[in-house]
Every structure is written in structure tokens, then in C-alpha cells.
Design a binder for this molecule. Sequence first.
Ligand SMILES: [Zn+2]
Ligand SMILES: [Zn+2]
Length: 311
Amino acid sequence: MAIFIIRMNGFDRFHNTSPIHHMTEAQPIQVMGIHNPFVLSLQDPENTTWTSGVKLKLSCMEKCHIQAYWGVLVHPFYHQLYSQWQTFEARVESHELFANSSKCSSERVWLDEGQEQCLTFKPPSHATAEWETETSRPRSRYPLVVVVVTVSETAAEELQHQPHKIMAYVAVIHVKDSTYPEQSCVFSQFVKTASGQVCTLQQMYMSNEPSSTATDYDDVGGGTCVVCQQAAVTHTLLPCRHACACHSCFRHLDKCPMCRGNIESYFVIEGVSEARETEDEETSSTLIHRPSLMTRFHQLNDRLTERLGFT
Ligand SMILES: [Zn+2]
Ligand SMILES: [Zn+2]
């Protein structure tokens, strides 16, 4: 499972060798492939409510534990999420994470390395009844926050040498209710690295079926270029995140061929398996969640966040 961290400030120099044919002036951005050990999906979202509980499928490549927190206040959520890794971990261990800022939390469930498990989290009925009184718009609480933490045997000193190692995965889940009856969904996903950096996982929308020539890109679930319908997709356009153009077609694009959106920047998928290490910890990053390549258009998380009206 690979992830691309987009280095927002680390622009490559861009050699525009053919100004006549090269339509886009978008700047490429650097990406860095890192390994995300966790994949979480919401099962049966149509029938997911506070009363039914939430069914989640978690696949993990590392030993970990998962815990669910119901009705988490938004501001303390971000405050704790963005704390140093050691602080975050200590809060988890001492059961203080979101302790005073959530309505209740589940038992901790442990998973072994390489395990895939379906889990059901159901809030106690008093929490559900209390939640029904939360009719304000926008809401000050997230319905459900799920936190997966790596059980690491790696010493703290060693982690300093692996600043990009993902230590925790956090998902914010909308669970429908009478105030916000939109279908339940995972609408924000974050990963927290050993350096304490928090990255947002965002979906990359792959154009279509894998290309017959997509040998090098199979690792990232490559599709076929929507323009020439032949070559493998090499370019992901931003901000729309459509992975839809090959090298040569990209040079003729002035808009995204899938959504007609402007191309403000892009990154190249090919070669991302050679993770580019950089010491620049200050850089703000966005993550593209590799497993989501396969799920394509299923979760338009950002739009839902807007629509659901959380503060
Ligand atoms: Zn093409
Ligand atoms: Zn697009």
C-alpha cells in the first residue's frame, strides 16, 4: 500500500520545452511514496445509524488497536490530533484521548499484523438519546471518530530515523440522524506520523480500467488515459485529483478532461515507488490514499464535509 505525500512547497523546476503545444502552465509538485498500513471502510452505509451502530472493515499491515469515540467536540479533536506524537500516544495509553470532549468511547479492539476484521461499534442508548438533542447547525461535535494506533515495538530513538512512519490513523465518520439525514460515510481521514505530522488522506480518482500497457503503474492501480484511450495514466491533476492523463496527452491539456476544472498543479504517478526522502518537516502535505484508487468515486469526502455543515 503506497501513499503519495504531496509536497506543497517543494516545487520542481518545470521545463516548458514546447510552449505552442504545451497548454497547461500548471506546476508539478513533488510526491513521496510512504507506506500506509491501515485501510478502513464503512460497511452498509445506507443502514448505518446511531441505533444500528457502525460496521467497519479494517485491514492492517501492522499490529494495532482500534477505538471508537462518539460525539467528539470538533475543536478539542483537532487540538489533540495535532499534538506531538508522544503526547498523542500517551493520551491514548492513559485513556485520556478525547476523554473530556466526547460523549463516550468503545472498548479497545486489538488486531494482529496482516489481519482484516469487521467490527461493529454501537453507542450506548443514553448517548444516542443525548445525541438526538444536538440539533444545532453547524454542529460542534463529530458523530464518530475512530482511532487506530500502531502497537510499535520500535524504540523512540529509532522512530526519529523514521519520521514518516505512520503511527496512527484517524477517521471521522458521519452517522446519519434526524438533523443530518445524509447517508453515513467516512468523510475525513488523517494519518499521524512518528514526527507528529498530520496528513489528510484524500482520494485520487482513477480514470477507468487498467491499461494494457500499464506495466509500470500496476503498483498504483493504473488506469488508461482518458484522452488517447491507450497509454497508461501518468499524471494526476490538482486540485480535482483526477488521475486521467498520460505523459503526452497531458502536455496538450488546458483543463481536466474529466471535470473541465482548471489544472493548478499536478503530480506524476510514475516512479513514485522510489520514495523520495526529504528532511523538510515544515512542508504541509496532503496524502492521496492509495487503496482509494480502487474505490474511485465512492466517497466525495470533501464535498460531504461542506454539506454536512461541521464547524
Ligand atoms: Zn494519452
Ligand atoms: Zn478533474
